[in-house]
Design a protein around this ligand. Structure first.
Ligand SMILES: [Fe+2]
Ligand SMILES: [Fe+2]
Length: 372
């Protein structure tokens, strides 16, 4: 029998079919936002699935089997649905600035979750390697639930993302498998760090919990943690992926992921104020946790305590705001402003990348437990 709610779906396909039926309620506005492809918005990815399918997980067999067993036990089945803990949300009474930023946050999170679902589902569909397809099926299942749950929250506000439409129409960016590993591993681990940092903060300050979805973040982040573990194991099967010239690529992805998060979060001041969180503190906290975790597989971490790190991020964020202002202004003046500030932003990125990284030894076994 088919599940009636995405929380109970045991495959991504089942979850998406449920979403499809609800799509008649979905709004054009949210889907349009999710369709955007800029440097800062979540993208959809495609890759060389045959190369991914050829991975042999034998070198990490014991850790692999444990992780798969944990995911097959499905501790979060049925979790991602509204329960009695879901307090009433007064969308109409919400401050308009906060409402706008929070909806933007939900749409962007939903798109990011769904981006993972689409990539993992496709890998499962194309592959023939039993280990690989089993893993990707399980991860696609989780991401479909996550995206479905965020869409439930959005529907209460009268907006929702049409996920079926996105699958067909959103542009796909091609990444070589190794770039998929670096980018996806980091997005899973930073996702864990983001969710758990907000959850722990709101445990201490429940008066700032302005929406019930934050209560779900603890179990949620454990899913992301496991997904990150899976990518760490995949990378562990081939030492070349984390040595030699690839260390420069790892540094590039670390810098890009951290900088993107900083800039994106600084576009949402009302959201962070409502949470009672200083976005600079939050960014530093999330980077610290993500760096600590990524030591399990990456031989370097970014030196976020370097005197140039924080001021350069601030300049990057200012350039980004000026780009948005230039675009809004339009005309020749607006275009010049956009161009100048794009150059400023690029220079900031190069400056961040040039900060010497911290080096360290990677442990024998990658496996970790969520400890934050
Ligand atoms: Fe997720
Ligand atoms: Fe994930």
């Amino acid at each position: 029998m088919r599940a009636a709610h995405t929380a109970d779906a045991t495959t991504a396909e089942e979850g998406l079919a449920i979403q499809e039926e609800q799509a008649k309620l979905d709004s054009k506005f949210a889907t349009d936002v999710a369709m955007q492809n800029t440097l800062l918005t979540p993208r959809f990815y495609t890759t060389d699935f045959d190369e991914l399918d050829a991975i042999d997980v034998e070198p990490v067999r014991a850790d692999w089997d444990n992780l798969i067993a944990e995911m097959q036990a499905d501790p979060n089945k049925g979790h991602f649905r509204k329960t009695a803990d879901w307090d009433h949300v007064d969308w109409d009474g919400m401050d308009p600035g906060l409402r706008k930023e929070f909806i933007d946050f939900l749409i962007s999170s939903c798109t990011a979750e769904f981006s993972g679902c689409v990539l993992y589902k496709e890998m499962k569909r194309r592959g023939s390697n039993h280990d690989v397809t089993t893993l990707f099926q399980l991860m696609a299942r989780d991401e479909a639930r996550h995206a479905g749950f965020i869409n439930d929250a959005l529907r209460e506000a009268g907006v929702a993302v049409n996920l079926g439409f996105l699958t067909q129409k959103k542009k796909y960016t091609y990444f070589r498998p190794k770039f998929i590993y670096y980018a996806t591993y980091l997005s899973e681990k930073i996702g864990y760090a983001r969710y758990i940092t907000i959850f722990r903060h709101l445990e201490k300050h429940p008066e700032h919990r302005f929406h019930p979805i934050f209560k779900w973040f603890e179990e949620w982040c454990n899913d992301e943690f496991r997904h990150g573990e899976a990518f760490a194991l995949l990378m562990k099967t081939d030492p070349k992926l984390t040595s030699g010239v690839n260390v420069w690529w790892i540094k590039f992805f670390l810098t890009a992921v951290y900088a993107t998060m900083y800039v994106r979060d600084h576009q949402r001041p009302a959201f962070h104020e409502a949470l009672g969180v200083d976005p600079d503190w939050y960014a530093h906290e999330v980077f610290t946790k993500t760096s600590k975790l990524s030591e399990q597989i990456f031989p370097i971490t970014l030196d976020i305590e370097h005197p140039a790190w924080q001021p350069t991020l601030e300049r990057l964020s200012a350039a980004n705001k000026a780009i948005a202002a230039g675009k809004a202004q339009g005309g020749l003046g607006g275009r010049v402003k956009t161009l100048l500030n794009s150059a400023r932003a690029a220079a900031c990125f190069v400056r961040l990348y040039a900060i010497p990284a911290n080096r360290h030894r990677v442990p024998e076994s990658t496996r970790m437990e969520p400890a934050y």
